[in-house]
Design a protein around this ligand. Structure first.
Ligand code: FES
Ligand code: FES
Length: 183
């Protein structure tokens, strides 16, 4: 039985038709044309099909298309701002954190979910957050480094210059002025 589903996908109101037993993964790829969502296993084990559904990270191969009715879906296609890549996407490129690329959209979505909730994760927290995503190519280290670099680059500048450092700078400047005055 075919049904009409209405969802907000990457910020746009979208209607698509799908079969009652069709997965959201298949509906996104075949009905909506969002082929960034990848199928690795189809059984919830690899994370390649990861998306955000109402703000929660889910495997779209384990969700029915019909379950997206009235809900918000975010896929890798929604991460960039037009031509401008998300910092995570830039960092994955810079750190060569991908090879065949099948796992990459899922890693990007999972990493974004992590950084949105925890902007300054430890390496263990990153590895734990990405534990549901499998990669056959990169060996994971480059992916972890890319996420670490993104977190570092996204830190507010104010946080980088700590109050203690600022106070030390002021004291040094004052001493220099006093020395010049004494000459
Ligand atoms: S395709 Fe969904 S978890 Fe592998
Ligand atoms: S880059 Fe090939 S599976 Fe991850």
């Amino acid at each position: 039985m075919s049904m009409l589903v209405s969802s907000t996908i990457n910020g746009d109101q979208i209607e698509f038709a799908c079969e009652a037993n069709e997965t959201l993964l298949d509906a996104l790829r075949d009905r909506v044309g969002l082929t960034g969502v990848k199928e690795g296993c189809g059984t919830g084990d690899c994370g390649a099909c990861s998306i955000m559904l109402d703000g929660a990270l889910v495997c779209s191969c384990l969700v029915l298309g019909a379950e997206a009715e009235g809900r918000s879906v975010e896929t890798v296609e929604g991460m960039s701002d037009g031509e401008k890549l998300h910092p995570l996407q830039d960092s994955f490129l810079q750190h060569a954190a991908l090879q065949c690329g099948i796992c990459t959209p899922g890693f990007l979505i999972a990493a974004k979910a992590l950084l949105d909730n925890n902007p300054d994760p430890t390496e263990s927290e990153i590895r734990y957050a990405l534990a549901g995503n499998l990669c056959r190519c990169t060996g994971y280290d480059k992916i972890v480094r890319a996420v670490q670099a993104t977190a570092k680059s996204m830190k507010p500048k104010a946080a980088k210059a700590s109050p203690a450092k600022k106070a030390a700078k002021k004291t040094t400047a004052k001493k220099a002025t006093a020395k010049q005055g004494a000459k």
